[in-house]
Design a binder for this molecule. Structure first.
Ligand SMILES: Nc1ncnc2c1ncn2[C@@H]1O[C@H](COP(=O)(O)OP(=O)(O)O)[C@@H](O)[C@H]1O
Ligand SMILES: [Mg+2]
Length: 304
């Protein structure tokens, strides 16, 4: 077989630099070379090629690689996303552009999950001029959450507790020049969630996050904390199904338990779920090596 070469862009913080080294070594053992730190910010497209200009690489043709493994910032610039999409037209990418772009959008994700028969929070999306639709739905739901469809870390989520709340919020929303409104029914849950990692259709790990006393959001960026938590078969199945439905090879699925309906629901699928940090490893989260092995297997298979 001819030599294989892939491109990789993986985050370096929170222990990511060590993860990069381990992946590169394991790929090397299988005869796969890695061009590291391929940030598409530093690439240009010229005619049929996407050329990378890094410190060491002068005009490396990314379109000639066997695969590109993109695992860095969730929030990418329009330029990075534009080249991600172009590159994925000619070589395989993990995650694929389509699945990554899908999971970056909360409405599209919920829409696809619901169509695949996976339970999500009830939601409503409407045109910015149809604000009256929000009035109608709050009457039915009692409480709801306004969500930016492309947010992360719990940022911008607003809990709307009643009609008076909504009346107060509407002028602000109207000022913000949004194209649409996306709201979800507020789920009655215990302020904890399950983060389930899946690689290539296989369960990797589960841990929990708990909101801090004053917040209803479990995100660490919103004050939440990570704790050891086991998944059950039902949770694992929901997570694997959610990854399959959204098409991600690697996914981190956020699941909460709806106490009213007595069922697990998927809040979102994260296309770049973090490896355990050194601190979390000390706590006992020991899934990194399993995750690395599954990723290496996946790259090996997709490039053979
Ligand atoms: N419909 C909902 N009902 C109750 N809590 C919610 C709902 N949606 C989100 N949350 C809480 O807010 C957090 C962030 O929401 P999420 O949709 O995962 O967005 P983000 O991308 O910002 O993490 C969740 O982890 C959960 O704790
Ligand atoms: Mg989340």
């Amino acid at each position: 077989m001819s030599e294989r070469k892939i491109g990789m862009w993986l985050y370096s913080n929170g222990g990511g630099d060590k993860i990069q080294k381990k992946i590169i070594k394991k790929l090397k053992d299988r005869g796969i070379d890695t061009l590291n730190n391929i940030n598409l910010r530093n690439a240009i497209a010229r005619n049929g090629h996407i050329l990378f200009h890094g410190d060491e690489n002068r005009g490396e043709k990314l379109d000639k690689l066997d695969l590109m493994f993109s695992y860095n910032a969730g929030e990418q610039t329009q330029y990075q996303m534009y080249l991600y999409q172009a590159l994925n037209r000619v070589i395989p990418m993990i995650n694929s552009y389509d699945s990554f772009a899908l999971t970056e959008d909360k409405f599209h994700t919920s829409f696809v999950l619901r169509n695949a028969g996976i339970k999500t929070a009830d939601y409503k999306l409407c045109h910015r001029d149809d604000g009256h639709e929000l009035k109608k739905i709050i009457k039915k739901w009692d409480k709801m959450v306004y969500k930016p469809t492309d947010g992360w870390g719990g940022v911008g989520l607003t809990k709307i507790e009643n009609e008076a709340n909504l009346d107060m919020l509407m002028p602000f929303l109207n000022q913000m020049d949004l194209r649409y409104f996306y709201v979800e029914k507020f789920i009655d849950y215990d302020n904890t969630d399950f983060r389930v990692d899946v690689v290539d259709g296989e369960f990797v790990s589960c841990y929990g996050r708990k909101a801090s006393g004053t917040d209803w959001r479990t995100n660490v960026t919103s004050g939440g904390s990570v704790f050891m938590r086991e998944a059950n078969d039902e949770i694992i199945k929901v997570a694997i199904d959610a990854c399959k439905a959204t098409g991600v090879d690697i996914g981190g699925v956020d699941i909460i338990y709806d106490r009213e309906k007595e069922e697990y629901i998927v809040l979102e699928v994260n296309g770049i779920p973090a490896f355990a940090t050194p601190e979390q490893e000390k706590m006992g989260l020991d899934f990194n090596s399993k995750k690395i092995d599954l990723i290496v297997d996946l790259i090996d298979r997709k490039t053979s």
